[in-house]
Design a protein around this ligand. Structure first.
Ligand code: 3HC
Length: 311
């Protein structure tokens, strides 16, 4: 019976039909989705911290308004993705506990510090640029709520990318000091941005299942290559140098060969030993505790209304 159900499930996936919350799905598919979508949501929420750090110090009112809008968008992305995860039968409280206790991961990239205003540009340009490559692919993911969230999120990501590239362009084409600041930011954010796509396919624990179930539509290495090929041209356009002496156009493959990624650094950061891991989680716990009264009030209001009593 179980085999017949699994066969029918895989046939649906192979026929490019979306799996919806009420559909039968193998437990391992459900668990895979909870893991990936919740970690995606955690990344969006934690990702608000590095950029939020510069809202009070933005160099102009316009820059401040644009950055506030972007950081607010990330909160919304997190909410869409938590809602998509909850359709799989896990509560928001469980998800938040998994994040705060370190049981769940979030993207490596958000454990790096934002030292100058150029870092805000590098994040929009490179981090959101990498996220766009990954999320454009995820619009075709097999799980309905995740796919629909991605379609919505991708529309906002392109604004984020443009915001970052505008900051980098202005600085790269600005004074010598601004150019040096922009190059320094690129030097610090380039390699961690490549790590965002995850380990090489040969070292990826989940890619084979993810591809069979069409949760992923392209592999980590394929998406990383798309990102490199795009970002190299964008850097050249504004006169910045990619910090990789092995970067070289490969006329045969029609893409860029690039140097080795430091996977020790990646796993050190992912396993909690990055520059900002502790600070990010401590800030999240503090904000969550300070926001308890809002959640309590919202629950009380809903309870009261549910009982039909006049608010
Ligand atoms: N940071 C932290 N952990 C990572 C990681 C990264 N960049 N890449 C991989 N890992 C972890 C995986 O979670 C997995 O650990 P787990 O079993 O404990 O979950 C392990 O390393 C093995 O990696 P795999 O490649 O086998 O794992 P996946 O198949 O899940 O692929 C992924 C990793 C490509 C990140 C995939 O999960 C994915 O596409 N996730 C959705 C996109 C996402 O999460 N993006 C994060 C950034 S969000 C963002 O940038 C917001 C933007 O607005 C700024």
């Amino acid at each position: 019976m179980e085999d017949r159900k699994e066969r029918a499930f895989q046939d649906k996936i192979d026929a490019e039909l979306k799996i919806e919350p009420k559909d039968w799905m193998p437990e391992k598919y459900r668990r895979h989705l909870i893991r990936q979508i919740s970690q995606h949501a955690h990344s969006e929420i934690i990702g608000m911290q590095p950029e939020g750090n510069w809202i009070t110090r933005a160099p102009s009112l316009r820059a401040k308004m644009v950055l506030i809008a972007k950081v607010q968008d990330e909160a919304g992305h997190g909410l869409y993705l938590y809602s998509a995860t909850e359709t799989l039968g896990i509560t928001r409280n469980e998800l938040i506990t998994q994040l705060q206790t370190g049981k769940a991961k979030y993207s490596n990239i958000f454990n790096y510090p934002t030292l100058t205003w150029a870092d805000v540009g590098a994040i929009g340009w490179l981090v959101d640029g990498a996220a766009i490559v990954n999320q454009q692919s995820l619009r075709r993911t097999s799980y309905g709520p995740y796919s629909r969230a991605m379609i919505r999120i991708c529309k906002e990501e392109s604004f984020h990318h443009r915001q970052g590239y505008e900051i980098m362009s202005k600085m790269a084409l600005g004074t010598t000091e601004q150019q040096e600041m922009a190059q320094d930011a690129l030097d610090r954010w380039w390699w961690p941005s490549l790590m965002m796509f995850g380990p090489h396919d040969s070292d990826s624990a989940h890619t084979s299942n993810a591809m069979q179930w069409k949760i992923k539509r392209e592999t980590n290495d394929d998406l990383r290559q798309v990102f490199v090929d795009r970002a190299v041209k964008q850097a050249e356009l504004i006169g910045l140098t990619i910090p990789d002496s092995e970067l070289k156009w490969n006329p045969k493959n029609k893409n860029y060969d690039f140097g080795k990624i430091d996977w020790n650094e990646f796993w050190e950061v992912v396993n909690g030993n990055g520059f900002c891991n502790k600070e990010r989680i401590n800030n999240h716990v503090k904000a969550h505790e300070e926001g308890k009264w809002v959640r309590d009030a919202a629950i009380a209001y809903t309870e009261k209304n549910k009982n039909g009593a006049r608010a």
